[in-house]
Design a protein around this ligand. Sequence first.
Ligand SMILES: NC(=O)c1ccc[n+]([C@@H]2O[C@H](COP(=O)([O-])OP(=O)(O)OC[C@H]3O[C@@H](n4cnc5c(N)ncnc54)[C@H](OP(=O)(O)O)[C@@H]3O)[C@@H](O)[C@H]2O)c1
Length: 326
Amino acid sequence: MPVSRSRVFRPADRRIGAVGFGCAGLSPWMYTRPNLDDHAWTALLNAAVDLGVTLLDTAGVYGEGHNERLIGRAVTHRRREVLIATKVGLVVDDLATLALRRDGRPEHLRRVVEASLRRLRTEHVDLCYLHRIDPAVPLEESWGALAEMVAEGKIGHLGLSDVQVHEARRAHRTHPVAAVQSEFSLWSRQPLGNGRHGDGIIGWCAENDALFVPFSPLGRGFLTGDITPETRFPPGDLRARHPRFTPTARTDDRHIIALLGAVAERRGATRAQVALAWILAQGGHIVPIPGTTRLDRLQENALAAGLELTDRDLADLDGATPATGG
Ligand SMILES: NC(=O)c1ccc[n+]([C@@H]2O[C@H](COP(=O)([O-])OP(=O)(O)OC[C@H]3O[C@@H](n4cnc5c(N)ncnc54)[C@H](OP(=O)(O)O)[C@@H]3O)[C@@H](O)[C@H]2O)c1
């Protein structure tokens, strides 16, 4: 039974779950994952759709194509129920160290979109992001190549990832920006600009009918309270070398966990749910994409869409001191 309340993806006039699913963690990518096989991930993806978690976020680079293949296999029989969002424009140089480079050349983008479509077993992808702007290629050239693929029916809508307002404006002049994806959470608030619906990219998206899609909305797990200063990450886990996850930063930032815990306790919710509800309260055009490898957490996260925070909750959370780690 669906538990995730819906939101409208305005550019396509489509309803999607208010909480989406960031699927990267199901492939060898960023974090260590449980040693389960693709059957388990297929079941998890289908459980997500059953719960009403219908925005599935992937990228060509996640597990060097594994993630898209997984989604293609898992949901091909219910393709119309899901909004598949993928990303192009990054190249993996070394999967073990996650060494990436940008490639926004039109011929490259065209080739990798075709490869994504094959892996996803679909004739068109609903949303395709330029994963990062390539400084060596004028944005209009990369964006123009993707816009051509919209005209050909291979892409439904275009999005940008990790961009500033001036870059979104620039792309929008050539072809509409339907979505922007950036890191956004209680401890990464830069997309708000100078306040709620201020001059940040979240406000720009609201003004331009674009979806705003926060990635790493649970602070890569930190905001759930499950990661303590004592937690040890294996070398292959990105967090082992992430400045927000040094033992010192984790100790200094415990106050954010305490604050989330206090709100969670008075609302009868979990920290993860409060963290997601705070994000959802920042605008009706926002759909966060938490990642998880566990069904119980998928359900927990989806239920955050039904948690309405009070003015006092929001004021307390808004007042959180920013994170110390860079
Ligand atoms: N555009 C970009 O450049 C970009 C960059 C990063 C990420 N992304 C996208 O954003 C998605 C999500 O980001 P993310 O995975 O980095 O970070 P996240 O969603 O903030 O956190 C994921 C971590 O939180 C844990 N977790 C999830 N739900 C939980 C819960 N209810 N209670 C306790 N722990 C919980 C997960 O562990 P378990 O698996 O053990 O539950 C995992 O370690 C990615 O999958 C990807 O699609 C995009």
